[in-house]
Write a protein that binds this ligand. Structure first.
Ligand SMILES: CC(C)(COP(=O)(O)OP(=O)(O)OC[C@H]1O[C@@H](n2cnc3c(N)ncnc32)[C@H](O)[C@@H]1OP(=O)(O)O)[C@@H](O)C(=O)NCCC(=O)NCCS
Length: 259
């Protein structure tokens, strides 16, 4: 499958696979860099990034032993027993911040994530499925909610996923809050365009596209659709999407993401 980077870059220069499916060490060895230099660079990279990365606090755990690369921070501002796990061959660049107890951020295998994940509260989960990628994604998971993102999803830049508005809208008559927080569910093989916002209670079906600048707050069930607008509505049905750019796709390619 094409990587997120392949899909999002333009121009001929990047039509080759810039991130072959092999370890960073193997990749560097396959280039003209002398093996020993590549090995030293690789080892230093891991050793140096590890201690500054991990600030998981009391009872907290960072499980990233098989990740391909890590850049950034995993911090607990207060709380205990939080877990950040990133799967085999995945790349992470950004911040994971916990404020609360027993939360989980689980990123699958072969993912490429750039952005920030902020979990505020207790016993909540943010799960990102295998082979998913994000170029600039902010996830706010708070007020006893979860965020679940499926496999093979692709997020462009400046995207927000948030389970809460962070402040209350109050009905003057009853004194009750009207903007209740809720969990968010995103299916498998979803492509989210530039600057979209997916907000409290939204459900995005598998094999769908969220158009650029959309505000998704509804629960959509039918797969193979484009959601667009603010608030987002179904604007096309019976579609799929593909990271490759060409005029026609074979039957097999239409369902490649199911494999
Ligand atoms: C979703 C998208 C792929 C749809 O492309 P498309 O299939 O060519 O769709 P069309 O241009 O035929 O649009 C169909 C309708 O949806 C509307 N529409 C398309 N994108 C929209 C958007 N972002 N917001 C609101 N309406 C939108 C069109 O105006 C059109 O409406 P009409 O039928 O009333 O004229 C594209 O509009 C988009 O948003 N791309 C995101 C690109 C991106 O973020 N790339 C980042 C790289 S990872």
């Amino acid at each position: 499958m094409s990587t997120l980077e392949d899909a999002c870059t333009t121009g001929r220069k990047f039509t080759v696979d810039r991130y072959p499916r092999q370890s960073r060490l193997q990749y560097m060895q396959s280039m003209t860099v002398p093996t020993n230099l590549a090995a030293i660079w690789f080892a230093l990279n891991r050793v140096v990034s590890w201690p500054i990365f991990n600030r998981m606090g009391r009872g907290g755990r960072l499980d990233a032993s098989q990740a391909r690369s890590l850049r950034g921070w995993a911090v607990v501002t207060n709380g205990t027993g939080n877990l950040f796990r990133i799967g085999k061959d995945s790349r992470f660049k950004g911040t994971v911040e916990f404020a609360g107890d027993n939360n989980r951020v689980l990123i699958g295998v072969d993912c490429s994530f750039q952005g920030k994940i902020f979990v505020s509260g207790n016993d909540q989960s943010v799960v990102i499925g295998d082979n998913s990628g994000a170029k600039g994604l902010y996830i706010l998971c708070a007020e006893n909610c979860d965020v679940r993102i499926g496999k093979r999803c692709m997020f462009s830049r400046e995207i927000e996923i948030r389970t809460t508005d962070a402040h209350s809208v109050v009905d003057r008559r009853t004194g009750k809050r009207t903007n209740t927080p809720a969990s968010i569910q995103i299916g498998d093989h979803v492509w989210v365009g530039l600057r979209a916002i997916i907000t409290k209670g939204a459900t995005v079906p598998s094999d769908s596209v969220v158009a650029a600048m959309s505000f998704v707050n509804g629960q959509f069930e039918e797969e193979g659709v484009i959601l667009a607008g603010a608030p987002a509505r179904v604007i096309k049905k019976g579609i799929t999407w593909n990271g490759a750019r060409k005029r026609r796709f074979s039957e097999r390619e239409l369902d490649h993401w199911k494999g």
